[in-house]
Design a protein around this ligand. Structure first.
Ligand code: SF4
Ligand code: SF4
Length: 58
């Protein structure tokens, strides 16, 4: 799944594009396990705070 870094400025854009509503509001925003790795949120994030994460990175 994808992860959101502390660079997130809480703009809410990723939340609007996620097709499976896997993103939760917060500071920073958080991506839940519902994420299907579609990559749409990473494309729209204005500060490039979203990137793919390997399963064992957390
Ligand atoms: S990669 Fe796709 S499914 Fe996962 S959080 Fe981003 S928009 Fe949602
Ligand atoms: S689009 Fe980027 S900056 Fe905006 S809420 Fe999502 S992760 Fe944070």
């Amino acid at each position: 799944m994808y992860r959101i870094s502390e660079d997130c400025v809480a703009c809410g854009t990723c939340l609007q594009v996620c097709p499976v509503k896997a993103i939760k509001e917060g500071e920073p925003y958080v991506i839940t396990p519902k994420c299907t790795d579609c990559g749409k949120c990473a494309e729209v994030c204005p500060v490039e705070a979203i990137a793919p994460a390997t399963p064992d990175s957390h």
